[in-house]
Design a protein. Structure first.
Length: 115
């Protein structure tokens, strides 16, 4: 990551172990000053949610996209449900098409998502 942190203005970044789930070639870094964790670079896939397109192509079938990853969404939802207590809520930041949120809601979890 080059440049200043958009939260605190810090310029020192620590490389974290791991990568983006949907873009494994993109690592993650942490701001040394405030702890914000962000992708080390702009991910290679850009979705324009306002128009429902990716790279200006034909509109994306969000339901189909959500359902394509159904097995992974079910696995992740089961892992998270095991950690929750009655009345808990969860916010998925970077929820993509919302498949994970969809699975949590199907299981009765008070879940929200933002991309």
């Amino acid at each position: 990551m080059s440049g200043a942190c958009y939260v605190c203005g810090g310029v020192e970044w620590i490389t974290r172990v791991g990568s983006l789930r949907d873009a494994p070639s993109v690592g993650v870094v942490e701001c040394r000053d405030c702890g914000l964790v962000v992708p080390a670079e702009v991910p290679p896939v850009v979705v324009d949610y306002a128009t429902g397109t990716m790279y200006g192509d034909a509109p994306i079938d969000f339901v189909g996209w959500r359902d394509t990853g159904a097995a992974d969404n079910q696995r992740r939802a089961a892992e998270v449900r095991a950690l929750l207590h009655a009345g808990d809520s969860i916010l998925d930041v970077g929820c993509g098409s919302g498949g994970f949120i969809h699975e949590l809601k199907r299981g009765g979890v008070n879940a929200f998502g933002i991309e």
